[in-house]
Design a protein around this ligand. Structure first.
Ligand code: DGY
Length: 322
């Protein structure tokens, strides 16, 4: 394909946009960073050979029809539950993503959340900022220790195992895990124990960290029944996808003391975060920052370009999803 028409749906890190402009002078960037919305995406799919979307672009079966012009969707991000990849495949569109380059950064975010909720860091920061702090006292804002507590990982893939390594080697945490793929090895934590069911992990762990893909297969996997399996002293950490957790059930569990706390980076209907959750003190809320470092976001963009170059050269892209 010579001189393809390329649309980038959101603003990207400067180094990647510079590289895109250098290679494809007519690329359509989005300097104002306004989401295209359904109509804008439809327009892009019908006018461009290549669309480079991200998690805020819902590419549904209604949009990914066989009559679109687009032949390549190079997603900026590893999760692709916002793209109906089956519809894409039926329409003859190649879809790629960006695994690997964001593993450590996202695992760091999971550990940040785990430590924040255990040590009530969000609450403490709000107290200082509001001027309500009255000084040190022996019973002030006591949290929970992390060292030696058991970490439960649901989804022992790249990111799940990176969290396990950090928790085990950095904080002496025993690790138990469940993976839907069956026996998956210990991923660098020889002492990690794979358990047979999600329930086994929920009942055993002091901290449960979610690392499975979003989308229909895992929708509301963590619901009221599952939350009730957790210890009342346990914490839930979610850096995966919001739809994996029944948010309303989680809110109730946090309010009723079914679990001790939760720390979330992702939500069911981003960027909406229910007021009920925002009002609770035993929950830490981040704005989907999992992979948000300059280095990692730049590497993600460069990997999209590698995928695109392979596609345009007639090779199989290194991270082809379908
Ligand atoms: C990812 O890479 O999946 C991030 O959550 C952004 O989509």
């Amino acid at each position: 394909m010579t001189d393809p028409v390329i649309v980038v749906t959101r603003k990207w890190p400067a180094a990647v946009e510079d590289e895109l402009r250098r290679r494809f002078p007519s690329v359509r960037l989005n300097p104002d960073d306004m989401p295209l919305g359904s109509a804008g995406l439809r327009d892009a799919l019908h006018s461009a050979d290549v669309v480079l979307p991200t998690v805020t672009d819902r590419l549904t079966a209604e949009l990914l029809t066989p009559d679109v012009r687009t032949r390549f969707l190079g997603n900026f991000g590893v999760g692709h539950n916002h793209i109906d990849v089956d519809a894409g495949a039926r329409a003859g569109i190649v879809v790629t993503n960006t695994p690997g380059v964001l593993t450590d950064t996202t695992a760091d975010t999971a550990m940040t959340l785990l430590l924040m909720i255990a040590r009530r860091a969000g609450e403490g920061e709000r107290e200082v900022r509001s001027g309500a702090w009255t000084g040190w006292r022996p019973t002030h804002m006591m949290g929970a220790d992390v060292t030696g507590k058991t970490l439960g990982i649901l989804g022992m893939g790249r990111i799940g195992s990176a969290v396990a390594r950090r928790a085990h080697f950095g904080f002496g945490m025993p690790v138990v895990f469940y993976d839907a793929a069956g026996p998956v090895g210990h991923h660098g934590v020889p002492a990690a124990r794979q358990l047979d069911t999600i329930e086994d992990v929920l009942e055993t762990a002091d901290f449960v960290s979610l690392h499975m893909p979003g989308g229909q297969a895992n929708g509301h996997l963590i619901n009221a029944k599952q939350l009730a399996r957790m210890k009342p002293t346990a914490f839930l950490v979610n850096t995966a996808r919001g739809d994996v957790v029944d948010q309303r059930a989680l809110e109730e569990a946090l309010r009723d003391g079914i679990i001790a706390g939760a720390a979330l980076d992702v939500y069911e209907d981003e960027p909406t975060v229910p007021v009920g959750l925002r009002e609770l003190d035993n929950v830490v809320l981040l704005p989907h920052l999992g992979s948000a470092t300059l280095e990692t976001r730049t590497a993600m963009g460069m990997l999209v370009l590698d995928n695109l170059s392979a596609f345009l050269d007639g090779r199989r892209p290194p991270c082809q999803v379908v």
